[in-house]
Structure formats: C-alpha cells, structure tokens
Design a protein around this ligand. Structure first.
Ligand code: CAA
Length: 378
C-alpha cells in the first residue's frame, strides 16, 4: 500500500479539514443539544461536494476514489459524528448501490440530485426480527401487474424521514435462500409510505433514526434496483463499502478524543503541574495515539484495496470493527483524562463517548464483523 497521498487526495483532506473546522465544529454541540437534523449543514456539504463523492462526474458528482472519500469522512466526523454518518450512509449504501446496480434511467433520475444533496439517500434493511440476520427480513414485495406491492416495516433507519429515496430490502419469495430478496427504490412521496417512531437516542442525537412503514405501497417496476433475487447480494456488497465509511467515522471520533485530551492535559494543573507531566496520563495518550494510527492504517488499506478492484470485504470488516472499538476505547480514556469536567457537557468528550457507542452497533455489529473476519480465515 502506498501511504503517500496523491496531490488530489491531499487537497481533499485539506478542504475537508477546513470545512469541518469552519462549518461543522461550530454547529456540532447545538445539534447534539437540540436533537435537530442539520438540513442547513447538509446543504453546505452538498455544495462543497461531500455528498457526491462516490458519484462520477457525468452524474454531477466528484468521482473521488475511496481513499479520498474515507479521508473526508474522518475529517467531518472529527467534529460531528452526525455529519459523518449522514455522509457515509448517503454515499456508501445509497448512492453507490444505485450507481453499481441501477439502470441508466435510474442513475439519471436519482444521482444528479443526490450528488448535490437535493435528494438525500437512505438504506433500509433492519426490521424488528432482522438486522444482524438479514435472512430474517419479513417485509414483502409481491408482484402486481407491472409493479410491486410492498408491505412491512423497517426500524432504526438512519435519515429515514429526511431521505428522498430509500433503498429497501424486501422478500420477493417465501422460501429462505439468499435469492429470496430484492431491493427497491422507495421515494418519499409514494402513497402507502409513512413513518412510525423517531428514536430518542443516547448519541448522534441530531441524526434522524426512524421507523418506516409500508402499507400496500405500490412500486412501479422501474423502481426495482437490480434483478429480482439479487437483493441480499446488493445489500451485502453495499455494506462492505459502507463499513469502511463507518470505520472512518470511528477513526474521526477516536482522533477527536485524542486531540481534545492532549489539549486538556496540557492546560489542566494538579499538584502544581499540568497533568500531561504525569506518566499515567502519558500512557493513556500514547495508547490512544497508537489505536488512532492503527485504525487509520486499516481504514486506508480497505479503501486502497477497493480502489484497486481487489477483494476488500474482510479488511473492511476489520477496519470497521477495529476503528469503532478504538473510538469507544479512546472516548472512555478521554472522559477519564478530563475527570469531573469530562462527565459534564462543558467539554465535548462526553458527546464523543455517547456518539462512539453506536458505531460499534450499526452497519453490522462488531460481533458480526468478527464473524465475517473469522469466516474469511477459516
Ligand atoms: N458480498 C456479496 N455477496 C455476499 C456477501 C458479500 N459481502 N456476503 C455474503 N454474500 C452472499 C454469499 O456468497 C451467499 O451467496 P449464495 O447463497 O449464492 O452462496 C449469500 O450471500 C448468503 O451468504 P451467507 O450464507 O454468508 O449468509 P448468512 O445468512 O450466513 O449471513 C452475515 C452472513 C455476514 C451474518 C450477514 O447476514 C451480515 O453481514 N449481517 C449483518 C448485516 C448488517 O450489517 N446489518 C446492519 C444494518 S444496516 C445499517 O446499520 C445501516 C445504517 O443505518 C448505518
């Protein structure tokens, strides 16, 4: 792996870092406190190009490589995990599957508007009885004339209400095989599509996490994504890429924990000197920095393999698992280093700790990632 960034990759990192410091950082704390979905920030992210990174130039995106993409997610997540997950879900598991499996007509219909953020994308797999177990999906899509009728519900859907288009995995055959599922492009204003509960969460409070309900929802066949029976594979292969994005989000949070802890340890004095002078604190910082670097190595390696057209599913599972575990571990250390202040909302580390937790859960729990890695080994 070539660890040197190309001039274009370095430029994207610089632009993302500056944008994150100037536009994301000032909004992050208020977003968290008010639980407000950041429409204004999304519009800015769309203008700068962060919502069209995986979309080729011919459809209005920037056609960036995966290394640039995950680098941008790390920078955005450094200041807001909410902005990071919006970017990751929109690009990796919504725009990308349309690009990879969509018809020319579907690409032309959706991608230009997704590239600018005018239409936000979502991905709906999870149900009360399915999440880790994809075969447990109960939502059905039955053939009806020229189209399909969708019935069922999805839970915990990131940007469920805010999305203009959601990729929905549904059962098109009763028997339980990987060929029994298909994916559909469900649009916001379709009759029979409503929303259930909006989750009140521990972290990423400004992210809209919703229940989606489909009642006799008619979908024209032109909104079927990919061939009939290919849904399981479309979901799995999209998640392979998505996991690198969530790994990058974890990396951004872990780095935030480290940087805030270094700053605080130099400022805070106890026993007549900055706490950074104490070996106990130094060891925590050293361990945090090591995990941040190791996480970045895995995330970049997975992105590099994807760009090179090589198999990357197992490394992507490792990157997601390691980087998000690093985020949680670094957040716990950061709160500890900040002591009593770390437990208050006066410092951002308590937010990082609440936000870090979900990264170990969504886009496949870290137990599922270990299962994927072990299957690859065995
Ligand atoms: N790419 C392409 N195809 C794949 C694949 C992949 N990564 N993984 C499996 N497949 C194929 C297999 O080759 C197999 O094909 P055949 O039937 O033709 O042989 C088929 O899919 C079934 O594979 P498995 O037998 O391995 O399936 P399984 O039922 O044992 O499940 C699993 C495997 C790894 C546990 C999988 O179910 C999984 O990844 N689960 C977690 C799902 C997940 O990430 N859920 C999170 C919800 S989405 C989310 O959180 C988004 C968000 O909002 C942030």
């Amino acid at each position: 792996m070539d660890l040197k960034f190309s001039p274009e990759q370095a430029l994207i990192r610089k632009v993302a870092r500056e944008f994150s410091e100037s536009e994301v950082a000032p909004r992050a704390e208020v977003m968290d406190r008010e639980h407000e979905f950041p429409y204004e920030l999304i519009s800015l992210m769309g203008k700068v190009g962060f919502l069209g990174m995986v979309i080729p130039k011919e459809y209005g995106g920037s056609g960036s490589d995966s290394v640039s993409y995950v680098t941008a997610i790390e920078e955005i997540s450094r200041h807001s995990a909410v902005a990071g997950v919006i970017m990751a879900v929109h690009n990796s598991v919504s725009s990308y599957p349309i690009l990879k499996y969509g018809t020319d007509e579907q690409k032309e219909r959706f991608l230009p508007r997704m590239a600018t953020g005018e239409v936000l994308g979502g991905f709906a797999l999870t149900e009360p009885e399915a999440g880790s177990d994809v075969m447990g999906v109960r939502t059905t899509a039955d053939k009806d004339g020229d189209g399909w009728v969708l019935n069922g519900s999805k839970i915990f859907i990131t940007q469920g209400r805010a999305s203009g288009v959601v990729i929905v995995l549904a059962r098109t055959k009763q028997e339980n095989t990987s060929k029994s599922f298909s994916t559909f492009l469900v649009e916001k204003d379709m009759d029979g599509f409503t929303y259930g509960s909006l989750e009140d969460k521990m972290g990423i409070t400004a992210s809209d996490t919703s229940e989606l309900i489909f009642e006799d929802l008619y979908i024209p066949d032109e909104n079927r994504l990919g061939s009939i029976g290919l849904g399981f594979k479309i979901a799995m292969s999209s998640l392979d890429g998505g996991r690198i994005g969530i790994g990058a989000q974890g990396l951004g949070i872990a780095r935030a924990c480290l940087e805030e802890s270094i700053k605080y340890a130099k400022e805070r004095e106890q026993f007549g000197r900055p706490i950074a002078k104490f070996q106990a604190i130094q060891w925590m910082l050293a361990e945090m920095a090591t995990r941040v670097e190791a996480a970045r190595g895995l995330v970049l390696q997975a992105a590099f393999l994807k760009d090179a057209g090589k198999p990357f599913g197992d490394i992507s599972a490792m990157a997601k698992m390691y980087a998000t575990d690093a985020a949680m571990w670094c957040a716990v250390q950061a709160v500890q280093i900040h002591g009593g202040y770390g437990y208050t909302r006066d410092y951002p580390v308590e937010r990082y700790m609440r936000d870090a937790k979900v990264t170990q859960i969504y886009e496949g729990t870290n137990e599922i990632q270990r299962m994927v890695v072990a299957r690859g080994l065995l």
